[in-house]
Design a protein. Structure first.
Length: 203
């Protein structure tokens, strides 16, 4: 009969069907492999981007740290000042430039000068917790005390009369009355006619 297939044809058909199934199976197996490969590629790309970003950030940090501000502090006075006690102390002027920008108002001045007390005082000028200059102020007393005689500078006495020391007063601009510190050098002998000199000093 015409509808009946020969044995050979049947075998051929079976072989063709097997080949088709194998091809389908191969396609199914290739899909996961391609998917895994694509995932690996994506991971590598992401890691490369992260590495690049990390390198850029590291370079930025290092560059930022290496950048040093150009800071200029100018003190318009000597490093050491001598001030007479009780004289007025005038604050020294100064200027701070950071990268050519005026930052004088951000300078912190630490220290005070007491012009009523002899001693040494230190003034510091700092910016961002760093000291950029120091000023030393010495308060001194160089004025000599004033000595005032009580009575005349020259006196005439009668022989054998009693001589009473009139005394003297001494005043210091810092220590005040120092009359107790006066010493008298020289004696007057009223039993002998002559000129006598007395020196009054203070210590």
């Amino acid at each position: 009969m015409k509808n009946k297939k020969s044995k050979k044809e049947l075998e051929t058909q079976v072989e063709e069907e097997n080949v088709v199934e194998e091809v389908e199976e191969t396609k199914k197996e290739d899909k996961p492999k391609k998917s895994k490969k694509n995932k690996k590629v994506i991971i590598i790309i992401i890691l490369s981007i992260l590495l690049l970003l990390g390198s850029v950030f590291l370079v930025y940090i290092l560059t930022k740290k290496e950048k040093v501000d150009d800071i200029k502090f100018i003190l318009n006075s000597k490093k050491e000042i001598t001030l007479e006690v009780f004289d007025e102390y005038k604050e020294s002027t100064y200027k701070l430039l950071v990268n050519e920008e005026d930052k004088t108002n951000e300078v912190k001045v630490k220290g005070k000068v007491d012009n009523s007390k002899i001693g040494e005082y230190t003034i510091t000028y700092s910016y961002n917790d760093k000291v950029y200059d120091t000023l030393k102020v010495k308060v001194v007393d160089t004025k000599k005390p004033e000595l005032t005689l009580v009575g005349e500078a020259e006196m005439s006495l009668i022989e054998t009369s009693n001589f009473l020391e009139p005394g003297a007063k001494a005043n210091d601009n810092y220590d005040g009355d120092i009359s107790d510190n006066i010493t008298i050098e020289g004696k007057v002998d009223t039993s002998k006619v002559g000129d006598y000199i007395q020196n009054k000093r203070f210590f």
